[in-house]
Design a protein around this ligand. Sequence first.
Ligand code: ADP
Length: 250
Amino acid sequence: MIELRGVSKNYNGEVVIPRLDLTIPPGKTTVLIGPSGCGKSTLLRLMIGLVRPDSGTITIAGTELTPATEREVRRGLGYVTQDGGLFPHLTARGNVILLARYLGWDEPRIQARLRELTELARFPTDGLDRYPAQLSGGQRQRASLMRALMLDPRVILLDEPMGALDPMVRAELQADLRAVFRSWEKTVVMVTHDLAEAGWFGDEILLLRSGRIVQRGAFSALLDQPAEPFVTQFVNAQRLVHELTYGGAE
Ligand code: ADP
């Protein structure tokens, strides 16, 4: 569904992604994980055409991302960022339906889709007329997800979508999101720095270090068959964070 061939990216002479080949399969959830600064967000932004590679090609569902195609390709992609990225001057409803209206959908179709998404994302209907600043963090992310899904994209890209939420809200949203992705069989690429979250969502997990894929596979393989010592270091560091946060292992 997503194919990167020989993709590299530098910022100010510093290599962030050194020549990467990567294929993301359709209908599955692929999680990108790794330490802060390893290039996870950059990879996602390359996939949606917000960042252009210095070399290589990126193909989404058979269409290569180029300045001529990126607008069209982007319509087939949903994108949710850590802060939701909602327009502050539009209500939740205004944000969700913006693009459909721009594309000339008729009103009954817009309303039907909005109803469907409100239910799916378990968004409170009385929140639709509130502005982002009047919504809770969890509601903002639900609205952002609805906006990303409005045009029924084939691919959803999520950049730390729960990174700014407190643990209770986060757990609730994690459960709801996984149910959405499983039932719709969408191609999902999610960035997180949280190993438990990666295990919860990922059909497949890609552990990155300095823009390089260190290990790719099932969550259990990261624990049981680490490809190199860094994998174990990363897993152990996460365990420590988890114990400090939640007060000890089980
Ligand atoms: P991650 O998502 O894994 O935390 P990022 O992809 O955000 O990592 O960043 C990877 C590296 O690229 C970091 O060193 C970051 O400082 C750098 N970087 C990212 N975006 C930019 C940018 N727009 N300009 C300059 N440097 C950037």
